[in-house]
Design a protein around this ligand. Structure first.
Ligand code: AMP
Ligand code: MG
Length: 344
């Protein structure tokens, strides 16, 4: 099939994309987080096509994208006041909530769970596609399963050209890492995945937040976890990645000592001069963590090259959005971290 590239700014695009969604086809949609591989979230066959196109494990549930909090009741029940508070504070935006699912949501969409993840994205063309299609759009990140997420229409075409009906081109994603996921089905709200809405912002609204252990540590693939997506290898280029922590100078000294031809260095723009001759690739400025989140996946995709032997990566420290960048980079590195301050 020929994959249509639909410009996000073209006023005709939303109607064309919505018609394809209604027909059960796959349409990649731009959001402020990453590009999603979208389909009618209430149509089992359409949802099955998402899993097939990505090579995604069946038990890894999808996020339902809706137009706003007024649609939550259609797909969720026992919605706590906290959910409305979060929607008021952060929607449209990079926050996904896990709530008890109504029977209208197919098990294929929820990966067999009786809960469903919902979000209202902050891209107007995508909300218009949802509105015109008349259905919630189920969409995981539009990458092939296990690979770094897609943050441009070109990334989506690289992974899916000829296999999906259309890509809506909304330009590079503003946030660049997937949405923050909060589980609201227990007494205490639980952070399942950090993202553009930070733990600090969540606590300001909720007054309380438990951080799931899968956020900070490697989860065994047979483990029973709250967000099934967290146990799979993620975001990873083909070669091993190792994070080198510590001061700029100590890290550079460590990496330069161990660097061999065929290795690459993934660093902050401010550090490029320290890695002359070591094929450095910058993913953003350390002084502005939003540039790091926006640039991370494009850089990881560039480094997904069988000719590369190993990647040494620099990771921002601290909370806020840096917390989400740390999470993705640690997963890409399978939690392999070397402390340059402790090494000679
Ligand atoms: P992706 O769209 O690729 O970011 O993947 C969606 C993420 O949402 C995965 O990590 C899923 O595990 C998570 N997710 C979706 N639905 C649920 C749910 N009902 N409960 C917990 N996590 C969910
Ligand atoms: Mg994904």
């Amino acid at each position: 099939m020929e994959t249509l590239l639909l410009p996000g700014a073209d006023p005709a695009t939303a109607a064309v994309a919505a018609a394809l969604i209604r027909q059960g086809q796959l349409v990649a949609i731009p959001t402020e987080t990453v590009y999603g591989l979208g389909a009618d979230g209430l149509n089992e066959e359409a949802v099955a096509r998402i899993f097939a196109a990505k090579g995604r494990p069946q038990d890894n549930p999808l996020i339902l994208h809706i137009c706003g909090p007024e649609q939550m009741e259609q797909f969720c029940h026992h919605i706590p006041q906290k959910a409305y508070d979060l929607a008021e504070a952060f929607w449209p935006g990079p926050l996904t909530m896990v709530l008890p699912a109504r029977k209208t949501v197919p098990k294929r969409t929820t990966g067999g769970l009786d809960t469903v993840a919902i979000r209202c994205p902050d891209t107007s063309v995508t909300r218009e596609i949802i509105r015109l299609s008349g259905v919630p759009i189920a969409a995981p990140s539009a990458n092939l399963s296990g690979k770094p997420s897609t943050t441009t229409a070109e990334h989506v075409l690289h992974d899916h050209n000829g296999k999906i009906a259309a890509v809506v081109d909304g330009g590079p994603c503003r946030v660049g890492v997937e949405s923050t996921i909060v589980d609201l089905t227990e007494d205490r709200p639980r952070l399942l995945r950090p993202g553009g809405v930070t733990p600090e912002q969540l606590i300001a609204v909720l007054g309380d937040l438990v951080v799931d252990k899968a956020v900070t540590a490697q989860v065994d693939k047979d483990a029973v976890v709250k967000a099934p997506g967290m146990k799979y290898r993620h975001y990873a280029p083909s070669e091993p990645v190792v994070i080198v922590s510590g001061s700029r100078e100590k890290a550079a000294a460590y990496i330069r000592r161990h660097f061999v031809p065929g290795d690459r260095v993934l660093c902050f723009q401010e550090e490029l001069p320290l890695y002359e001759g070591c094929s450095p690739l910058s993913y953003g400025r350390e002084a502005d963590v939003n540039t790091l989140s926006a640039g991370l996946f494009a850089a990881l995709r560039e480094l997904d090259d069988p000719a590369i032997h190993q990647v040494y990566a620099r990771c921002p420290v601290g909370g806020g959005v840096a917390y989400a960048v740390q999470n993705r980079l640690k997963k890409a590195a399978a939690f392999h971290i070397v402390d340059a301050e402790a090494e000679e």
